[in-house]
Write a protein that binds this ligand. Structure first.
Ligand code: COI
Length: 356
């Protein structure tokens, strides 16, 4: 790792903080941000923590035209003993570099980035809320900054990290969400950018989400882009189904995002000797399991979404009601254990916690 040198300029005009019960997802931002530049001569350089402020870019900056950008999402948690901890930040930085590779952005120094994130979180630690279900969401992202309209990788970039105190991602809080299976649009195809955390995947999901939101659905469940048969993910979360005592999640195939929470769920299930398989699973199989009374639970997993039980799935005209619209026993156990580890309430047998 390169030597850890970073300039810090403190914000002399800190903002007032929102009350814990006002927190939604990603609406408020803290007093500082991390920023680092890249150019061909110096590589990544000039790491600094500065007052939170707008980013000034040339209107020709390539991020605006071709969307050459990647991002991550992780959280800092305040424990009951007032310690601050991160959850598997190394996984996020590894994935950031995989996304970088896919989008032709130069790799970051993962260890340096984790140190910088810890440093930033420490400086803004007063912003980490303490109320149940709240945390400090950390959003690292990289943008292409070269002013140029040709379609090729930018010669310059900025790596930025911002922080946002957050509550639950969904309006329904930790109550089960209603999801509509998307039959019209697709999110990603094999060979595309589905497994990279890049803005285009999210921009292209907005239309489908807008349509189903009018019918009261929180999100869409994406099917594979070729046959529109196999389940992929929800966009803000990976999905799991408990059928006849076994847990099934779509196997990673190049178009599904490799979620850190997804991996943690699989690890927890294995630790408890609950059968879990990663394989292709079709919507028809889910419907058949529902009709035969074998679909016991469904839930999503993600940093923002945590463990979000799914209470209803709409698949065209067909409606699938899961566990009477209530949170299932397994979803509950996973939620309690995961958040228990994250908030330092239960022991972390996996070595996932990194203290700030
Ligand atoms: C996260 O869970 O951190 C994500 O990046 C999902 C985002 C769409 C809110």
């Amino acid at each position: 790792m390169s030597e850890y040198t970073i300039t810090v300029i403190k914000n002399e005009n800190p903002k007032s903080k929102p009350a814990s019960d006002e927190l939604k997802f990603g609406k408020y931002f803290t007093d500082h941000m991390f920023i680092q530049d890249y150019n061909m001569e110096k590589g990544w350089h000039n790491a600094r923590i500065i007052p939170y402020q707008p980013v000034a870019l040339d209107p020709a900056a390539m991020i605006f035209h071709y969307g050459q950008t990647v991002f991550e999402g992780l959280k800092a948690y305040r424990t009951k003993d007032n310690e601050i901890q991160l959850f598997r930040p190394n996984k996020n930085m590894e994935r950031l570099n995989r996304s970088n590779d896919r989008i032709c952005i130069p790799p970051i120094d993962e260890e340096f980035a984790i140190k910088a994130i810890k440093h930033l979180v420490k400086i803004d630690s007063d912003w980490i809320p303490a109320a149940e279900g709240t945390s400090l969401y950390i959003r690292p992202f990289i943008i292409a900054t070269e002013p140029y309209l040709g379609v090729n990788p930018s010669a310059t970039y900025q790596f930025i990290v911002i922080l946002s105190p957050v509550g639950a991602y969904y309006e329904s809080g930790i109550n089960p969400v209603k999801i509509a299976v998307e039959n019209n649009y697709v999110r990603a195809v094999k060979g595309g950018t589905g497994e990279a955390k890049t803005a285009g995947n999210y921009a292209s999901s907005l239309k489908a989400q807008e349509v189903v939101a009018k019918e009261g659905y929180a999100q869409v469940l994406w099917l594979d882009g070729l046959e529109k048969k196999y389940i992929e993910e929800v966009g803000s979360m990976n999905v799991f189904f408990k059928i006849d005592g076994k847990v099934i999640t779509p196997q990673l195939n190049g178009s599904i995002l490799e979620g850190v929470t997804r991996n943690s769920v699989i690890e927890m299930l294995k630790h408890w000797d609950i059968p879990v398989v990663e394989r292709k699973i079709s919507m028809q199989e889910i419907y058949n399991a529902y009709e035969s009374g074998k679909l016991e639970e469904a839930f999503g997993s993600g940093t923002a979404a945590v463990i979000s039980p799914i209470g209803e799935l709409a698949w065209g005209e067909k409606k699938i009601y899961i566990n009477n619209g209530e949170t299932g026993e397994l979803s509950h156990k996973l939620y309690d254990t995961l958040t228990g580890i994250q908030y330092g309430k239960v022991e972390d047998p996996f070595g996932w916690i990194v203290k700030v």
